[in-house]
Design a protein around this ligand. Sequence first.
Ligand code: EPS
Length: 386
Amino acid sequence: MKGLSWRSAGESHGLALVGIVEGMPAGLKLDLEAVDGHLARRQGGYGRGGRMKIESDHMELLSGVKGGETIGSPLAFCLPNRDSVIEQLPVPKNPRPGHADLAGCQKAGHRDPRAVLERASARETAVRVAAAGIARQVLEALSIEVFAHTLSLGGVDADPGNYAKLTPIERHERRAASDFASLDPATEEPMRAAVDAAKEAGDTLGGVFEVLAEGLPPGLGGYASAEERLTGRIGGALFSIPAIKGVEFGLGFPCARVRGSEVQDAILLAPEGASETRWGRFSRATNRAGGLEGGMTNGETLVVRAAMKPIPTLRQGVASVDFETGEEVLCTYQRSDVTSVPAAGVVGEAMVILTLADAVLSKFSSDSVGELLESVATYRRRMAAV
Ligand code: EPS
C-alpha cells in the first residue's frame, strides 16, 4: 500500500492512548526523544488545566523498529495515561453544550455522557502528535520543515512585522521562549492578561494558529480527482481537530473581497541556481495562494491558518438539561483549560505533517529511505527540464 496512514484508540481516562502508523519506509533511524519533545510542546502553553500537571506524555514504541531503525512494518505505540481513572469517575447527569455529549448520547442511545466524552476528548490529539513525530522524520530527511505558531489568542494579535525577518533557528527559539507559541514578543503580556481575566471570570478563549511547510516539491497532491486535492485533504485534516471552526490558505478569506489581479502569484523565471536545491526553473513574485494551486503544492511555502473556538467547558456554568429529571440545570464542571490554542497549533502542525507525509509517500517510491531519496532526486532532475 502506498502513502502513510494512522489510527488512534483510547479514552481520555482509560489505561492508555494507542496509535498505529503504517507506510513508513524502511531504514529510517528514529529519534524517539524528538517525539517526546513534541508531546511536551502539546502539553504546554499558558492557560492549560490541571490534567497537564498530572500527565507527562511519553511514547512507548511497540513495533516496527529494529536496532533503532524502521523496518517497513507498521509502527505501534502507546501513551500511558497517568490519570487512568475512567471507572472511578462520576457519571455526569447532563450533556455539555459545545461538546459531542448530546448528539453522541442521542446517536448511541445512552444517558452517560462519559461514554461519549471520554473518546471525544481532545486528549486523543496526543496520538496525532506522536504519529506525526514519527512521520516528521521522513519529511526532515527531504529537508521539508513544518512549523506552527500562534497568530492570535483571546483577541490579541501577533504583528508579522515583529517576526517576518527571523531565521529558521531564531523562529524556533522565539516560539520555545513564548508561553503562547507566539513569534511576537509584544503579545506575551497582553495574552497572559487575557487568559488571567478569562480564568477569573470562569470563561475560556480561542484563537488562530498558522502552520507553514517549507521545502515542498511542486506537484504533491493532484488535480484529476476530488480526493487527490491536497487543499481539501489539509483542510479536512485541520477540521478534524476538536474546536477548529475555520481554515484558510494564503490570503485566506480576504481574497473574496478583492479583484483577481490582487490574488495571483506571477510566474517568473528563477535566476540561475543550483539544480540540486531548486525545484524547477520558475519562481513566484508573491505567495498569496499559500503554496497550493489546483489542489497541488506549487513549490512555495504552504501557509494555512486555523481558527479555534474557545473551549466550551466553562467554570461559570452553561445551561443544560438533566437527563433523568428533565430539569434545566447548569452543566457539571470538573476541570478544563482556559485556552489550548498553543497546544492546538502543535496538533495542527501534526495534522499537516501526517497529510504531507502521506502525499510524499504516495507520490514517490518509498519501500526504503534510500529509494525515497533517489526517487526525489530523479524528480528534481527531471523538473529542471520542464
Ligand atoms: C486534554 C485532556 C483533558 C482536557 C482537555 C485536553 O483532560 P481532562 O478531561 O482529564 O481534564 O484537559 O480536553 C478537552 C479540551 C476536551 O474537550 O475534552 C489533553 O490531553 O489535551
